[in-house]
Design a protein around this ligand. Sequence first.
Ligand SMILES: C[S@@+](CC[C@H](N)C(=O)[O-])C[C@H]1O[C@@H](n2cnc3c(N)ncnc32)[C@H](O)[C@@H]1O
Length: 212
Amino acid sequence: MSIDYNEQLRDYLDSLVPERPAEMLAMEAYAQEHNFPIVGPASGYFCYQVARMIGARRIFEMGSGYGYSTAWFARAVQENGGGEVFHVVWDETLSQQARGHLEALGYGDLIRYRVGEAVQALRETEGPFDLIFNDIDKQAYPESLPVIEEKLRPGGVLIIDNMIWSGRIFDDSDQSPATQGVRELTRRITSSPDWIVSLIPIRDGLILGTRK
Ligand SMILES: C[S@@+](CC[C@H](N)C(=O)[O-])C[C@H]1O[C@@H](n2cnc3c(N)ncnc32)[C@H](O)[C@@H]1O
């Protein structure tokens, strides 16, 4: 007999994340109430851990929403001694909302805000970056990879969210541009000699890639 423990596992992993500031709890509650797709506590904490582990000082985030994942990266950069975290979203309202949260959390000085398409914004921003986080619309995932490769320092880390895509990657009848985008990026990065890659099945699946 097999047990479907997906929800239980997600709640369990989230329960292991240490207490966060009230502002972050409010951001989590907002996501629940408005069905807004943030990375969530377990994935956010994992991102923070990786950024701490590599001592990241320059991080570029693609698809930042109202700044929840940005807050985890900013915390790491602050604890690493300071630097920059790029918050990039194409929606001015979300960018403004993020400013409010990130300033309240005390990260105002670290954040560089860009309102626009994230692949183009990365193209236009001078590298190199220690860490790039990719959470944009999934159909654009494949085209983002060459730009990321250009901007990430050797030994730098790429984290990509939604690489299990709620299981849609396993459904052969799903040929939608978003699902195909997730499959194609997975194929490209795992078959490239330039990357060391693992798929971490926390929540909706995070790819953790190290550029050789
Ligand atoms: C899935 S949400 C995640 C938000 C954030 N990473 C978090 O976990 O808190 C992605 C956000 O990026 C925006 N977005 C998606 N594709 C984008 C793109 N190509 N350029 C800029 N923003 C994008 C969406 O509108 C949404 O606000």
